[in-house]
Ligand binder design. Structure first.
Ligand code: GLA
Length: 659
């Protein structure tokens, strides 16, 4: 199977989305000159080129793309060539309105923006496949081609009639009979029973709360329907060029796509990460998404897009202060990226993204952003050979699952304040701050190689997942599980007792009497810490160790954190410092250690292969003690005993003994 290794060839890929169709051809020469200056060795071409290649149905205008492919190749810039199927031209919507998605209330989502296609539309699929076929036939053997990039951030949702028919086929495949569907969806409730398949619809706009299992299945279906589109195009390009790896770029922690299922269908897992430069924990966010993507890739991954400066889709779009782009890029590399790419190469002058930064901004080659990009390109070239293809070891797994997210995020739950991604982020943050490296895993994955497993909050767990967790602890593993977990089965049916009995036995919980969610800005005092968001009325079995009890409110005296041997249960969300202490203690007992002990605040240490990355997220100057004699690959200098890091500073150390 082709891989990122084939495309990177011992380098870190560096570059970005390149949209030359927005510029007169004379600019292209300037582009390649500046790409060379910046150390760009890879660009992503064609993402939004459908209307340029196929200006009217069936037309093919490839000449301009031929010239670009040749130009880039002549300058030794590899091409990640996109199938431009994310943004159909207006003619498709005008001539085939059934390709346009419909919202939950039946209104049409019109062209004039992008991504206006219904994934279930045979017409859309036919045009997309035909174009992919011709694109692949034309460029499969072009020497500039390094990676196929299918579509872009698959994310559309549609509730139209074509989708309804497709959804029914998907449901027939899942349930076989309408009776089985009625049973799974619990349609005895509110007179929702279906008599025939033809009555079943996507969960459209309704009078009051919708059937939650119908909503859950629709999310599963939508992810699968988009995946079918990806697989169709992937198979076409792979047929023409079996040695070229194929990817599609994810939005990370995006609810619309089950990235575990999708990544299994990719040769390269790639992702677009946009931390907010204003977020004091932007570095943690970047680390979390890097860890997640590396886990999906089971190795090196591709940062397909990030921003060199501000984006344009937040309320207030903050530029990156000097040094931050470099720091976060090196952090991505430390956490497994073998490609550091941007949206986009040259900032647009027209269209919706003219205030979104590029590597080359409106300020041009004298601008600070481009100067910093050039500096980064040179550094990545320096460390590329030592880094590329190497692994990032991690002893602790964080479990994450789309089904649990989809089922838990619906209406009618104990608290609308519960935000799954925020809980995951809190737990990752706690471990990140202890300096312990983490991976993400799905609940059914083989967990045997991890010293500890953390479940921030998995409302839905399949039987297989529960058996997996129980087996993991029986086999000697340490498990720490957050509140409101193991509540529902795969059909979103509440498990008897409100938490599966196997889990209650595992944690030593006799009865879960009630969930007691907390209001915004309300905290509850527990032994040793304060906590928020959630609490639970738990009755432990005799012999269960109460690690911390609630001290105030209705639950005073009842367990907040308990454990039975190596199985820990945390029934609330401790404040950040307390969660860090708690998870640090669990991990330490399990034998998981920070990468480097005694780090100054704001300094992150990551081991990748034989290298030690030190990343300073603060603005002061700090001194970090390091073992033995090392060489900083970024500067070539020998470091003995300690290294000083300035504002947003970084070092990439290799032990001299290792050489
Ligand atoms: C996404 C898209 C890009 C661009 C950026 C802007 O990642 O893939 O085309 O719109 O967002 O941040």
């Amino acid at each position: 199977m082709p891989s990122l290794r084939d495309a990177a060839r011992g380098r870190i890929l560096f570059g970005g989305d390149y949209n030359p169709e927005q510029w007169p051809e004379e600019v292209w020469e300037d582009d390649v000159r500046l790409m060379k200056e910046a150390g760009v060795n890879s660009v992503t071409l064609g993402v939004f080129s459908w209307a340029k290649i196929e200006p009217r149905p069936g037309a093919r205008e490839f000449d301009w793309l031929d010239r670009l492919m040749d130009l880039l190749h002549a300058h030794d810039v590899g091409v990640v060539l996109a199938t431009p199927t994310a943004s159909p031209p207006p003619w498709m919507g005008a001539q085939h309105p059934e390709t346009l998605p419909r919202s939950e209330d039946g209104s049409v989502v019109w062209y004039g923006s992008r991504q206006q296609f219904c994934a279930s539309s045979p017409v859309y699929r036919r045009y997309a496949a035909a174009l992919t076929e011709d694109l692949a036939a034309r460029y499969a053997n072009h020497p500039a081609l390094t990676v196929w990039h299918i579509n872009n951030e698959y994310c559309t949702h549609c509730w139209c009639d074509e989708t309804a028919a497709h959804f029914r086929r998907w449901l027939q495949n899942r349930y076989g009979t309408v009776e089985a569907l009625n049973e799974a969806w619990g349609t005895a409730f509110w007179s929702q029973r279906y008599d025939t398949w033809s009555e079943i619809l996507p969960p459209r706009k309704a009078q009051y709360m919708k059937n939650p299992t119908q909503v859950l299945d629709f999310k599963r279906f939508t992810s699968d329907a988009l995946l079918e589109c990806y697989v169709t195009e992937r198979d076409i390009v792979a047929r023409h060029s079996p040695d070229i790896p194929v990817t599609t770029n994810f939005m990370p922690l995006w609810s619309g796509q089950d990235a575990w299922a999708w990544s299994a269908q990719e040769d390269i897992v790639s992702v677009d990460i946009y931390p907010d430069p204003k977020d004091p924990l932007g570095g943690q966010y970047n680390a979390m998404l890097a860890d997640m993507t590396r886990s999906q890739a089971a190795g090196p991954w591709m940062l397909m897009e990030q921003a060199a400066g501000p984006v344009n889709w937040r309320g207030v779009n903050h530029p990156k202060p000097a040094g931050l782009n470099r720091l976060w890029s090196l952090q991505s590399v430390a956490r497994g990226a073998d490609a550091v790419c941007y949206f986009q190469w040259r900032q647009s002058r027209q269209g919706s993204e003219k205030f979104h930064s590029g590597m080359l901004t409106h300020a041009g080659e004298q601008g600070r952003t481009f100067r910093e990009v050039k500096g980064l390109g040179a550094e990545l070239a320096t460390i590329g050979a030592a880094v590329s293809g190497t692994d990032v070891p991690a002893d602790v797994a964080i479990l994450h699952d789309w089904d649990a997210w989809w089922a838990g995020a619906q209406e009618g739950r104990p608290s609308a304040l519960l935000d799954y991604t925020e809980v995951v982020r809190s737990w990752h943050r706690a471990l990140w701050e202890t300096g312990i490296s983490t991976e993400f895993a799905r609940p059914e994955a083989d967990l045997g190689r991890f010293k500890a497993v953390a479940v921030p909050q998995l409302y839905l767990l399949t039987d297989a997942a529960i058996d997996n967790l129980v087996g993991y602890v029986r086999g000697g593993g340490t498990l720490v599980c957050g509140f409101f977990s193991g509540v529902a089965d795969a059909d979103d049916r509440i498990r008897p007792g409100g938490m599966d009995v196997r889990l209650r036995e595992l944690f030593g919980i006799r009865t879960l009497h009630e969930w007691w969610p907390l209001d915004t800005d309300t905290t509850v005092e527990c032994d040793g810490f304060r906590a928020g968001l959630w609490s639970e009325e738990l009755e432990p079995e005799r012999g269960t160790q109460v690690v911390s009890a609630y001290r105030d409110g209705e639950l005073a005296g009842l367990p907040a954190v308990l454990r039975k041997g190596r199985a820990w249960y945390v029934s609330t969300l401790p404040e950040p410092e307390a969660l860090r202490t708690l998870l640090g203690r669990v991990a330490e007992e399990a034998g998981a250690r920070p990468v480097l002990a005694g780090l100054p605040a704001d300094v992150e240490a990551v081991r990748r292969g034989e290298l030690l990355f030190l990343l300073h997220h603060g603005r002061s100057t700090v001194t970090v003690s390091v073992p033995g004699e090392q060489v900083d690959l970024l500067t070539g200098r020998v470091v003995a005993g300690s290294v000083a890091l300035g504002r947003y500073g970084a070092a990439v150390l290799r032990s001299r003994a290792a050489r």
